[in-house]
Design a protein around this ligand. Structure first.
Ligand code: SF4
Ligand code: SF4
Length: 410
């Protein structure tokens, strides 16, 4: 098997991306936890990592770990009841650790955020708290469904006044692209150290070159409005644009049927047959021709590089946040079911930190199942389509990062 530098070896682990909880106060329509903004998926286990579990899983490595990402794909970190204790523990055991955390800003109280600010000191390079605020008072809730503008403003100001380093991240849609400059100005007035306008994922599927909009449903399962791609092409994520033909986005789908289909999709992952499963022609051609350079293993030509892993709120070790998040998404899209099947076949019990130490997971051969899938000829014989979409040529993640670098340079 090809050797990678760095490889998935415990000695070169420098960062853990941890999902403290799968619970959240919001229902963002394109978030894996929500059914198009209508309700939380019933197939998602709502859980969180306790301080005791955190300590027993990671204390042997806490001095080795240089960096933490506290975010996750299906939850708001500050909903986790032990969040402050966990951060305090990281700071006590390894004060220099870099902690990057995300929040929608709409939970807890200003006093809580003020306290949180102490762990992200503004004038020291030890991390930051990113507030995800996608617009202004009249637009933020169109994506960040259920959030309260007043609360976000109070909490973020309390965090900044408490000495915390705050950044404002602004996902761009058609409904808010005209507000970027105004939001940037507000961020400066409040004391945010950075403002980052960021391309949203989710508009890569096109019909005759036009990005397909996302329907947002109300709690009865009826369409309330559409989320549309930005009009300015510079604000669009076009990395892995895929033609998927005519799609009727105006169908209302009864929620009871959505729950039923979610369950059917999740229950049939092991039945998936990559040899015969449907894949769009345009998609299959693109991923088969794509060379995969795993983002968490850094640059192969640099043996000094270190790697990171992702741990889900359910305690499962994943090679990266992208796989860790889609693992819980019910779908019949080829690459999602394929990657879910690969992990499920290896066995959740073998990668759960409730049942194994981190060292045991590393020694189990788990990471080879991903590495094996990078150099296969095509997706019918085991090439991992999701890895190609995420870490192959023209991938949508690089497109976000390029944009982000430009924004950070402003
Ligand atoms: S705030 Fe984050 S975790 Fe919560 S619904 Fe939105 S995207 Fe998902
Ligand atoms: S998607 Fe695959 S190739 Fe990309 S970072 Fe994750 S494991 Fe590596």
């Amino acid at each position: 098997m090809q050797k990678y530098y760095p490889d998935f070896e415990l000695e070169s682990l420098y960062r853990i991306h941890l999902e403290p909880t799968s619970k959240c106060n919001l229902l963002c329509p394109m978030c894996p936890r929500s059914i198009n903004g209508a309700s939380v998926r019933k197939t998602l286990e709502l859980t969180e990592i306790s301080f005791q579990d955190f300590k027993s899983w990671f204390s042997p490595y806490i001095k080795q770990l240089k960096s933490w990402v506290l975010c996750g794909g299906t939850g708001e970190p500050n909903v986790a009841k032990d969040m402050l204790k966990i951060i305090e523990y990281i700071r006590t055991e390894h004060d220099d650790s870099f902690i990057h955390m995300n929040t929608n800003g709409g939970v807890r109280t200003p006093d809580y955020y003020k306290e949180l600010g102490k762990y992200f000191p503004k004038n020291v390079d030890r991390g930051q708290l990113i507030f995800s605020i996608d617009g202004l008072e009249d637009t933020n809730h169109l994506y960040r469904r259920n959030n309260s503008w007043k609360k976000i403003m109070e909490n973020s100001q309390a965090f900044i006044d408490g000495g915390g380093k705050a950044e404002w991240e602004f996902l761009i849609f058609k409904h808010n692209e005209h507000q970027i400059d105004e939001a940037r100005q507000l961020s400066k007035e409040m004391g945010f150290v950075k403002f980052i306008a960021k391309k949203a994922l989710g508009f890569q599927h096109v019909n005759d070159g036009v990005p397909i909009s996302h329907p947002v449903y109300n709690k009865d399962g009826n369409i309330e409005y559409l989320l549309e791609a930005p009009t300015d092409e510079n604000n669009r994520n076009l990395g892995s644009r895929t033609e998927i033909g005519n799609v009727d986005i105006h169908q209302s789908i009864p929620l009871a049927s959505r729950y039923k289909w979610d369950k059917i999709f999740m229950d049939s992952i092991l039945d998936f047959d990559p040899k015969t499963a449907h894949a769009e022609f345009d998609y299959e051609r693109r991923v088969n021709n794509s060379t995969i350079n795993c983002k968490v293993l850094g640059k192969p030509e640099n043996p000094e590089d270190k790697h990171e892993i992702y741990v889900t709120a359910q305690g499962l070790v994943m090679p990266c946040c992208w796989i860790g998040t889609v693992y819980y998404v019910p779908s019949n899209w080829f690459e999602l079911v394929q990657i879910q099947q690969v992990v499920k076949k290896f066995g959740e019990d073998n990668i759960s930190l409730y049942k194994n130490t981190l060292e045991e997971v590393y020694n189990s051969g788990y990471f080879n199942i991903f590495k094996d899938g990078w150099n296969k000829d095509n997706i019918r014989c085991g090439k991992l389509g999701y890895c190609a979409t995420t870490c192959g040529e023209n991938n949508q993640i690089d497109d976000i990062w390029t944009h982000e670098e430009n924004e950070r340079a402003k």
